[in-house]
Design a protein around this ligand. Structure first.
Ligand SMILES: Nc1ncnc2c1ncn2[C@@H]1O[C@H](COP(=O)(O)OP(=O)(O)OP(=O)(O)O)[C@@H](O)[C@H]1O
Length: 659
């Protein structure tokens, strides 16, 4: 390993991650002799013999761009590792629009990389900020649109079905998106129930206990996760729970995006060591990491350094000092070799030499890699099951989990019921025993309008909670834990009992204090119930569309205030200028409000007999000709509409994939 040239050439070999027991000379890294075998020959544990198949750019779905497999991988799920992930000339580009010319341009975020990751080895992907670490991890974890990816991507020498790959791999995001009110054990149990197919509940729970032991979470297994308000487990424990959630199904390949970021060095070391012990049980682990300490770096079997989307080092951390020396940069004694090498790379970047270095490395890779010319891409039948559970079971599990959250979230349930009961008392005393005359009808209309405003405006209170859930959904859905529709239905069903209790409590307290006709009582409950469901659907829609709770609250409140103006309370439909009439149809307040007025007048007619005052008020409030059941189908249109928009937001905006 004398000169820089030799080192560069050796480093430019075909990257292969091997079990820790392999002799250095067999490694295709900076210290080993350049391997000359073909990729498929090198996969010791894999059963596949199919040639590497090139991925044509923009060639439709991945199914049509991959080679044939020897059968479904589903049977291997949860049975341990021994899978080798190989990529050849894998590159990733995105289309961007030039600011000045407005022309579409292709920006290459990841230049061709070629390497394999084998079981029991832990790979750290390092580099300066913007080097392309997350991009490479996302490409490896198949979290980017495959139409923008070129190269071949094989598991055990065979093409991979995306759905199967999702099941076999775990991706641990940087953020700990967890339900704060569930305990560690509950969190992992629900993850196991949702993600592990073909296994009894008892076996799944046994796997959870195994995961708790592996991740050293035994001491806090029954402690709640916690958040800023509710104290719970520590930051390091939260990280390990997040890792557990995404690995409880025992994926054979685990990707982690900066699992140690924001943690102190001791906790970071604990996490790295825990992952290493998981990895040694026949798992393959690849993670991005920022400036690890020397001790953390030593835990890894291999490190890969990136610069400007190109690989500039791949090999054992222990070989880095010699590599640096070969480049004419001798690291000082006791220095952090990772940081030192980043400084070296920085110098190369400043001198624009990184590209030349990477180009030479890439050229050497090409010379040693097997030819893929002429390889046929066979279309595959997708034999993998999409989800671990049938839809109904999925919904039941989600409902069970949500119910625990509702029960443990007094601010959402009990406080809201108490709040609406108190408001009902105040309203009842304000409009105490109204008469069936113009003045009394005015008071009753004010009561109806206030009830609509109360339930629609306060629906936005739940935004922070909905948004917290949104990140959990993104994380779970991106790993195929459940269907979007199941989440949507669960999200709708779970609030039905709370809405029902609120509408009964509010109406039962205020209705008779105001002396509204008793026969109209059930209809009034229905109207309040529909208003609550409308508000709930609106809040979920805002939570799916707004970037943060503050913006969502601001925009949502403004929109509601505008709609409130067109409820019919401030200005009746007949008096609205023609140019604005269309907007009143879009007011969520209008339909329950008009329905309540109509119900009250109809029942008052029954109770006290027809009167001119009743007719006059019906005309004045433009409800003479309306269908009373508008109170159901009006809000229903909004509920379906907002939930559909929420569905679209979940599918297109919060899929968890990099756009
Ligand atoms: N969709 C995109 N469109 C255009 N440029 C992008 C896109 N995604 C990423 N990039 C750019 O690609 C480069 C690599 O991004 P990436 O997030 O992979 O870096 P990183 O090494 O993970 O950085 P950090 O450590 O700061 O997270 C950056 O310059 C980034 O701005």
């Amino acid at each position: 390993m004398g000169g820089c040239e030799d080192l560069v050439q050796l480093h430019s070999c075909f990257f292969v991650l091997r079990p820790a027991t392999s002799s250095p000379s067999s490694l295709g890294d900076a210290q080993g002799a350049p391997p000359t075998r073909k990729m498929s020959d090198m996969e010791a544990g894999g059963g596949g013999v199919a040639p590497a198949v090139p991925v044509p750019k923009g060639g439709g779905s991945i199914e049509n761009r991959t080679g044939t497999t020897g059968g479904s991988m589903s049977s291997k799920i949860g049975t341990g590792g021994n899978h080798t992930l190989s990529v050849m000339d894998l590159s990733y580009s995105v289309q961007i629009t030039d600011k000045d010319t407005k022309e579409k341009q292709t920006k290459t975020l990841l230049h061709p990389v070629t390497f394999s990751i084998k079981p029991t080895e832990m790979l750290a992907i390092m580099g300066a900020s913007g080097a392309g670490k997350s991009t490479l991890l996302d490409v490896l974890a198949q979290r980017v649109p495959f139409s923008e990816v070129e190269g071949s991507y094989l598991l055990d020498g065979q093409a991979i079905q995306p759905k199967e790959f999702k099941r076999m791999s775990g991706y641990v995001m940087q953020d700990d998106a967890l339900y704060p009110l569930l305990t560690v054990r509950e969190t992992l149990r629900f993850a196991a129930e949702l993600r592990i197919p073909n296994m009894t509940k008892a076996d799944k729970y046994e796997l959870v206990e195994e995961t708790i032991r592996q991740l050293k979470l035994t001491n806090c297994a029954d402690t709640k996760i916690g958040n800023e308000i509710h104290r719970g487990i520590s930051g390091g424990e939260k990280r390990r729970v997040s890792i557990g959630v995404d690995t409880v199904q025992q994926p054979t390949i685990i990707f982690l995006d900066e699992p140690t970021s924001g943690l102190d060095s001791t906790t970071a070391l604990t996490i790295a060591e825990t992952l290493s012990s998981v990895c040694k049980r026949n798992r393959t682990v690849a993670m991005t990491i920022h400036q690890p300490s020397t001790r953390v770096l030593d835990v890894f079997d291999k490190v890969m350094f990136l610069s400007r989307g190109r690989v500039v080092y791949f090999g054992r951390p222990a070989d880095l000092p010699a590599y640096c020396t070969g480049l004419g940069k001798t690291p000082p004694a006791y220095s952090n070799i990772g940081e030192f090498f980043l400084e070296v790379v920085d110098e190369y970047e400043a001198a624009d030499n990184v590209k030349a270095l990477a180009d030479r490395h890439q050229e050497a890779v090409r010379m040693r890699a097997p030819s893929t010319a002429g390889a046929e891409a066979d279309a595959l039948n997708d034999t993998a099951h999409d989800f671990a559970n049938p839809m109904l079971k999925e919904i039941i599990i989600l409902l069970r989990r949500q119910w625990i959250n509702v029960v443990r979230t007094p601010e959402l349930a009990v406080v809201r019921v108490v709040m609406c009961s108190v408001v009902a008392l105040v309203l009842g005393s304000l409009f105490w025993m109204t008469d069936a005359d113009a003045k009394g009808f005015g008071g009753r209309a004010a009561y109806f309008a206030f009830a609509c405003a109360l339930f629609l405006f306060t629906s936005l209170e739940a935004l922070p909670i909905f948004m917290e859930e949104r990140s959990i959904y993104t994380r779970e859905h991106s790993r195929g834990a459940y269907r979007v529709m199941s989440y949507l239905l669960c999200n709708f069903l779970i609030y039905l009992p709370v809405c029902l209790v609120m509408s009964v409590a509010f109406t039962a307290i205020s209705y008779f204090m105001i002396d509204l006709p008793p026969a109209g009582f059930p209809f009034q409950i229905l109207a309040i119930f529909m208003t609550l469901l409308e508000g709930n659907a609106f809040a979920t829609f805002v939570s799916g569309s707004a970037p943060d709770p503050l913006t969502g609250n601001g925009l949502g409140t403004a929109l509601l205030a505008f709609m409130f103006l067109f409820s019919g309370f401030f200005i009746s439909y007949d008096d609205i200028p023609d140019g604005w009439k269309w907007f009143s149809a879009l007011s969520m307040f209008k339909y329950p409000f008009e329905g309540m007025i109509r119900n009250m007048l109809d029942e008052e007619k029954e109770r006290s007999g027809a009167s001119e005052e009743i007719e006059a008020f019906a005309d004045e409030s433009s409800v003479s000709d309306i269908d009373i059941w508008v109170v159901v189908y009006g809000p229903l249109c909004f509920i379906v509409g907002f939930r559909f928009l929420f569905y679209l937001a979940l599918v297109f905006k919060h899929s968890g994939n990099r756009k």
